[in-house]
Design a protein around this ligand. Sequence first.
Ligand code: ADP
Ligand code: MG
Length: 249
Amino acid sequence: MLEVTSLSKSFDGFKAVNGAGLSVKEGEVVAVIGPNGAGKTTLFNLITGVIKPDAGKVLFKGQDITGLHPYQVCRKGISRSFQVVNVFQRRTVFENVQVSILSREKKTWNLFTPASKMAIEETDRILQNVGLIDVRDKTSAALSHGERKVLEIAIALGGNPEFLILDEPTAGMSPEETTRCIGLIKELREKLGLTILFCEHDMEIVFSISDRIMVMVRGSTIIQGTCEDVRCCQEVQDAYLGGSDTCLM
Ligand code: ADP
Ligand code: MG
């Protein structure tokens, strides 16, 4: 479904992403792991059009989407959440998701249909799916950190994606919030049939929900394989885990 080849991006001569490759099949959950600064967020920014690559290709369902604008990538069926929470703080939970649906449908306020009456059912369905229906009318600023991270996923779902990219979805969450978020990611795949690409530091989470894992170090792909492949790869041990002799987990 997604095929990334030889993708590169430099900032002032520093190669943040350096010939990275990645493939994701339809229906898979794929994790990108790697130390801080490895280039994971930059890779996601390149795929979603937030920044343009210096070289390389991104194919989505066989179509070349390299260098498209974020809204164009979104309309192809790819939505994302951000590592740093990115919501309208003074708007309600409902409004944050509603505006995402309306922007997908290119709808704006008009004389006959006030915005408050639009896309109500779909917005509520998404809030129900992600478990935020009970805080529907709270402002985003009043949510807990974990709820705001989930709201970001709900906003991404407003784009009606087939392919979801989550940048550190559980970062900063309490253990309970983390467990709930992991359950949500599994449900999104099983109930909504979404294909999911995410990055995450907690290896237990990575191994528990991923079909395959891509390991990124200094902007390059070291390996992409099954959890088993990655657990026992010597190169991963050396580069990422500080040369330990034991298999991961
Ligand atoms: P990760 O998400 O794996 O922690 P990032 O993709 O955020 O890594 O960053 C990779 C490297 O690129 C880091 O050294 C970071 O400082 C650098 N970098 C990322 N974005 C920019 C930017 N806009 N300008 C300059 N350097 C950047
Ligand atoms: Mg990052």
